[in-house]
Design a protein around this ligand. Structure first.
Ligand code: GLV
Ligand code: MN
Ligand code: MN
Length: 418
């Protein structure tokens, strides 16, 4: 069976127009107005193909073939449609359009299989609203529950519950929210696939067209609040300052030096978000809040570096008489993906003479959550110059098409298998 490459590229190109920042990359946060438009676009395509659409309380979408039966197990494929601020046009949505191309191709073929096929769209994967990644998939796996609706807060203090209730009002006028039945029954899932751009330089540098993912890095994120003393930037001598931003800078560069010196050269540390109070050029910063994350495929390394960095931040803050509060913010565990599916994908890539590599994922994906409960596989295609989470994110058309055809081929194998 062959995918329709034109339809795939048209869908990708149409969906990239749903952005809050035209001309400056794609900005489409879950529960925003562009998210609603993207959902409507996808729902109209799959409804035209006769598929059923089920939306849960977090607004994760499950879309099934018309002939799916409750007696059969289900093969699932999908990813997310939300983006980071000024992000790229492929992160997440490529896997969604790939899964949608599979559903449209299967629907048109009328073929019937031993198992069902469904595509899935996970909500709030990027954590752009609440600084916590994989929110939708954490709910369906029970990693998050009712209490998370109140604990996750956005930058203006609204809880996830507030945001969902507001979204519900806009979408269908409803004022209810019930997450009690949100968990998936994984006994009914045969396997799950996520197709994604690599987001790093490996495939592009090695001129390969496909990556078969073996392990996915885990991460731990801490929230740090440093409180010094705000004062006049001109009249306060250098000897009498308690500058929270200067202390934050020292903490960040020291953490970077520490991780950089690791002999494996694999662990990564990032501070990507920092809030400065009052954030005025002529006022000494009184307070700084930042999020620091460490990622690796070895859980011990993550724990080692987070613990070391926490203690160095306390020491630096204390030595400069600045108050320091820290708390754990979110985390995910490193994991290896399913061996049966990896072997199957390797053998198919060999059969098809594809230039591929078995590799790690430094980025996290909804697949990480599902992999704890069901056989899960991930397929990568190259990212040109290894750029992602930026407007420059791109992949050659030929690679986009190869990835989706490979996804369809693997899914058909899984659909046939008892
Ligand atoms: C998601 O893209 C992540 O890896 O943070
Ligand atoms: Mn993604
Ligand atoms: Mn991403």
């Amino acid at each position: 069976m062959k995918i329709n490459a034109k339809r795939l590229l048209d869908n990708l190109n149409n969906l990239k127009k749903f952005t809050d920042t035209p001309g400056k990359g794609v900005t489409r946060f879950s529960y925003g107005s562009e998210d609603i438009k993207a959902r409507e676009y996808i729902a109209s395509k799959v409804s035209a193909a006769g598929c059923s659409v089920h939306e849960d309380a977090l607004h994760n979408l499950r879309i099934g073939l018309k002939d799916n039966s409750t007696h059969k197990k289900t093969v699932v494929a999908g990813s997310h449609i939300d983006t980071v601020k000024n992000g790229g046009w492929l992160d997440g949505i490529y896997g969604v359009c790939g899964a949608m191309e599979v559903i449209e191709t299967l629907a048109k073929s009328g073929a019937s299989f031993h198992n069902n096929y469904e595509m899935v769209i996970f909500a709030e994967e990027e954590g752009s609203n609440f600084d916590s990644t994989m929110t939708g998939s954490k709910f369906i796996t029970g990693f998050y529950d009712e209490s998370t609706l109140d604990s996750l807060r956005n930058d203006i203090g609204e809880s996830l519950r507030d945001v969902l209730l507001d979204f519900n009002k806009k979408v269908d006028g409803s004022s209810s929210l019930d997450v009690s039945n949100i968990r998936w029954d994984f006994n009914r899932i045969k396997s799950m696939f996520e197709l994604h751009i690599e987001q790093g330089p490996v495939l592009d540098q090695q001129k390969l067209s496909l990556g078969i993912v073996e392990s996915i890095f885990g991460m731990r994120v801490i929230e740090v609040i440093l409180t010094g003393v705000g004062n006049h930037a001109g009249a306060t001598p250098m000897t009498e300052r308690f500058d929270a931003l200067s202390v934050a800078a020292q903490c960040i560069t020291t953490a970077e030096d520490m991780v950089r010196s690791d002999p494996d050269k694999r662990t990564v540390v990032t501070v990507g978000k920092l809030e400065v109070k009052p954030n005025c050029s002529n006022v000494i910063p009184e307070a700084v809040k930042f999020y620091l994350e460490v990622r690796d495929k070895d859980r011990n390394k993550i724990d080692f570096y987070i613990d070391e960095i926490k203690s160095l931040i306390f020491d630096i803050a204390e030595s400069r008489d600045v108050k320091c509060e820290m708390k754990e913010h979110s985390k995910s565990t490193p994991l290896r993906l399913n061996k049966r599916l990896m072997d199957k994908m390797v053998s198919k890539a060999n059969d098809q003479n594809l230039a591929y590599k078995v590799m790690d994922s430094g980025a996290v994906h909804d697949a990480c959550m599902i992999a704890n409960f069901a056989d899960t596989g991930m397929i990568f295609v190259p990212s040109i110059n290894g750029r992602s989470h930026v407007p420059e994110e791109n992949t050659d058309k030929a690679d986009l098409i190869t990835g989706v055809q490979f996804l369809l081929d693997i899914i058909i194998d899984e659909l046939k298998e008892g």
